[in-house]
Design a binder for this molecule. Structure first.
Ligand code: 6GP
Length: 829
């Protein structure tokens, strides 16, 4: 920088103390300053929550510093960037993750300690940012952490919902949903960018325009909303790089509204304007059903349009020729929710930048990649054409043109096979004519990814078969991973310290493959002893939580047996509960003297059901009804307890996972695209009881089938079993436990009838009956292993040792190298 600007910069530079200091005294001063000037409380009188607010602002200052440097550096280097578009990010809490990634957790803990506060207590004050439903959303959060840590020039883009995923409240065993107004107490982890705004248009008409001899389409919108950026800095671990998750909020636009003010109805005009904000008000709580709701479509287009405008603006700041666009930009579609980005890029290139169609479509074909997160055809999103025609008339035209050209090309390749042509068309004809978002995404992306090897096989064989045959080279898989920073270092600090001690280094936090080094000590009795101690302390923490929450005291000697995830029929929480009933029934019918041999279990189930998902809600109620019976049966005592953990979320997971001995992953084979919960448990040394589904197949390769408890039909058995129809040789034990529920043994007989029907012979789509026997065998094998604590601890160490492959660092590196074509860009200062 030269001239006057340069002189100014010099002066500024001299004034500021380069970089905030991280010694305890500076941190204390910093925290107290924030107490006084940001939180506006007296430095002599503030409570834990105010301490949290001040602390987080002090951390945020440090994030901002690194973030500015990183952004400046990226701007200077102008590398190819990846833009990760996702409608959902399940970030959870930010404080601990930030101080650990910045490497200043202990300093802050000291600083707070001297002020009379305990770090853990202060950190507990933070609420969860729950801007997502489940697996897909938490995966996005893990991937952001890896993108930052591996120094990739990346941006996340999403929506800043005012209400995150609903709070689950249980009354009399029934789930009730309450709004999660998470911004009530402020959010120090975001920075509002009042100057980064874009207009987003809706409705209206499309007209023709002639300009300099060229004919163009012009979209005259009927409504305009302003998108305002809220930036969330994402720090990497062991690097200065800090990247951005930019979330958009909807605000009324000043344009296009003058008319209504002029009509004189001032109050109504203001109220109508305010409606704009509803676009970013609430997250849809359904993770797998698409109802073609206008608001949902508005949300999708709103965040996609603002993001695409932002990306193009950034590109144009440094370039003038769009042919360079694919060298600078990779756009990742996280499932089909952001697929309108494809159409939006086409619209801007053709209508606004006046590129000719073929050139624009060539560019689009080079920048987009798409990852699917589901296996079931019914899970695929469809947009009713009528809805699109009214909301985004120009986009519908563009989709028709894309489809027309695609089908013409296709005919040349496959001939007039009308069945296949109609299956592959982006437009679905039928009672409700609609746009198939997946087809649009596949046609316009250079790469289609599955989230595990099995998932890709299923996509190729079923839902995307026609496309696979046409473009086999487009299809890849990137097995999911989770970040060890959050899922070991933040959530299980004592295990983390123990691992570092035995490996003699903390390098595994960045280079997680190093965990395999634990293998050589798995049989070492000293390590085993320490490992058990760490696990015991974590169980204690969990037991305290259970007691505080439900009043139930549980024994630490029992096996903590956990299933936490969204409630879905295919995830088969019902199988778990029926298994628990079976266990209970066995204990009740056992000779008293035999009870000594029973391995005590504390069964823990947690998860939310989509508000409209009746069967899932009944499963939650059944869990409570069974718990009520078992937990109050003095005959059973500590041998069996069942606990439902309400309002399962990221921070609850951080508490439960380190304290689990066994975790259950029971999906009917071929239904779980990948599964990521299992990876978190694995990292924490929890043993898995699982079907051979999704990523479990790869976990087996890594840690060995004898290091876990596998059961059930395999992926290729499932269609055969379903085809074959009801098995007349019904498992008697299964029939008995279902009958107990049916007969009202746990009460609510009428209410549970329809739930029992779902697993009746001939109806049992998820094959609970067929898998029951093998499920009980796996349970018995787990019990047997648990009795030999030395063996169990060894298996536990080997689980952690084999978990390195399931880090999101590996997934992200694979994406960067093989899908996006980007390179690390580490900020040097
Ligand atoms: C989930 C899949 O069900 C899960 O198997 C996978 O591990 C996760 O995505 C991450 O890839 N899918 C969703 O959460 C979802 O909403 C549309 O799919």
């Amino acid at each position: 920088v030269s001239g006057e600007q340069g002189a100014k910069a010099e002066r500024m530079f001299a004034l500021m103390d380069r970089f905030l200091k991280n010694d305890p005294i500076s941190l204390q001063k910093d925290i107290l300053d924030h107490v006084e000037y940001t939180v506006a409380r007296s430095r002599f009188n503030f409570d834990d929550f105010e301490a949290y607010q001040a602390l987080s602002h002090s951390v945020r200052d440090r994030l901002i510093e690194r973030w500015h440097d990183t952004q400046l550096y990226f701007k200077r280097k102008d590398p190819k960037r990846v833009y990760f578009l996702s409608l959902e990010f399940l970030m959870g809490r930010s404080l601990s993750n930030s101080v650990i990634n910045l490497g200043i957790r202990d300093q802050y803990a000291d600083a707070l300690g001297q002020l009379g506060f305990e770090y853990e207590v202060v950190a507990e004050q933070e609420g969860d940012a729950a801007l997502g439903n489940g697996g897909l959303a938490r995966l996005s959060a893990c991937q952001m952490d890896s993108l930052a840590t591996l120094d990739y020039p990346a941006w996340g883009y999403g929506l800043r919902y005012q209400y995150g995923l609903f709070r689950q409240v249980i009354l009399d065993g029934f789930q009730h949903e309450q709004p999660d107004y998470w911004l009530n107490f402020g959010n120090p982890w975001e920075i509002e960018r009042i100057h980064v705004t874009y207009p987003v248009k809706f409705y209206g008409t499309v007209e023709d325009e002639t300009l300099n001899g060229g004919k163009y389409k012009v979209w005259i919108p009927g409504e305009m909303v302003e998108a305002v950026a809220y930036d969330n800095p994402i720090p990497g671990y062991g690097t200065r790089n800090t990247i951005t998750l930019r979330l958009w909020a909807a605000k009324p636009s000043d344009q296009y509204d003058i008319e209504s003010y002029n009509t004189g109805d001032y109050i109504n005009a203001v109220v109508n304007r305010q409606k704009a904000e509803t676009i970013s008000s609430v997250l849809y709580p359904d993770d797998r059903s698409y109802q073609g709701k206008e608001l949902r479509l508005k949300q999708q287009y709103f965040f996609v349009s603002a993001s695409v405008q932002d990306i193009i603006r950034r590109f144009k700041d440094a370039h003038s020729n769009f042919d360079e666009f694919p060298e600078k930009v990779a756009l990742q579609l996280n499932d089909t929710h952001p697929s309108l980005a494809i159409v939006e890029v086409m619209r801007i290139l053709v209508d606004e930048e006046h590129l000719d169609w073929n050139r624009a479509s060539d560019i689009v074909g080079k920048i987009f990649s798409f990852t699917s997160h589901t296996v079931i055809a019914e899970g695929l999103e469809k947009i009713p054409v009528d809805l699109l025609a009214s909301l985004l008339p120009r986009h519908l035209q563009i989709i028709y043109s894309i489809n027309f050209k695609f089908v013409e090309e296709l005919k040349k390749k496959i001939g007039l096979d009308y069945n296949r042509l109609s299956r592959m068309s982006i437009i679905e004809e039928g009672a409700v004519k609609s746009i198939r978002s997946a087809n649009l995404s596949i046609v316009c992306s250079h790469t289609v990814n599955g989230v595990s090897r099995v998932h890709l096989e299923l996509l190729k064989a079923n839902v995307f078969k026609d496309f696979y045959e046409l473009w086999p080279e487009k299809f890849q898989f990137k097995t999911n991973g989770v970040t060890q920073r959050r899922w070991i270092v933040v959530s299980n600090p004592s295990l983390s310290a123990l691992i570092s001690k035995w490996l003699g280094t903390e390098a595994w936090i960045r280079d997680v493959e190093l965990l395999t080094g634990l293998r050589e000590y798995a049989a070492d009795s000293f390590l085993q002893h320490e490992w058990k101690m760490v696990r015991k302390v974590n169980k204690m923490r969990l037991a305290e939580y259970i007691e505080a929450m439900s009043g139930l005291k549980v024994s630490l000697d029992a096996m903590f047996d956990v299933q936490i995830k969204r409630i879905h029929e295919y995830k088969r929480q019902l199988l778990n509960i029926l298994g628990i009933i079976h266990r209970y029934d066995c204990i009740k019918n056992m000779e008293k003297s035999d009870r000594r041999k029973v391995v005590p279990h504390v069964c823990i189930i947690g998860g939310k059901a989509a508000p409209g998902y009746e069967v899932a809600k009944k499963i939650i109620k059944l869990c409570h009804a069974v718990a009520e019976k078992i937990n109050n049966d003095s005959d059973v005592g500590d041998l069996l307890k069942l606990v439902f953990i309400p309002d399962y979320n990221v921070s609850v997971a951080e508490l439960v996972i380190p304290g689990a001995d066994l975790s259950q992953h029971l999906s009917t084979a071929g239904n779980e695209a990948s599964g990521t919960g299992s990876m978190k448990f694995l990292m924490n040394g929890c043993l898995l009881l699982a079907t051979e589904d999704g990523s479990t197949v790869e976990i087996i390769e890594e840690i060995g089938a004898d290091n876990m408890f596998l059961f059930g039909s395999k992926v290729h058995d499932v269609p055969i079993l379903r085809e074959k129809g009801p098995d007349l040789k019904v498992n008697l034990q299964f029939a008995r436990v279902v009958r107990m529920v049916r007969d009202g043994y746990f009460g609510f007989k009428d209410y549970f009838k329809s739930l029992c029907d779902t697993v009746e012979v001939g109806n049992d789509f998820y094959l609970l009956g067929s898998d029951f026997e093998s499920y009980l065998e796996a349970q018995a094998a787990a019990d047997k292993a648990f009795v030999d604590q030395e063996k169990w601890t060894q298996m536990s160490i080997l689980s952690t040792a084999g978990s390195g492959r399931f880090s999101s660092d590996r997934t992200i590196q694979d994406y960067a190298e093989n899908t996006w074509g980007i390179e690390p860009c580490p900020c040097p200062f």
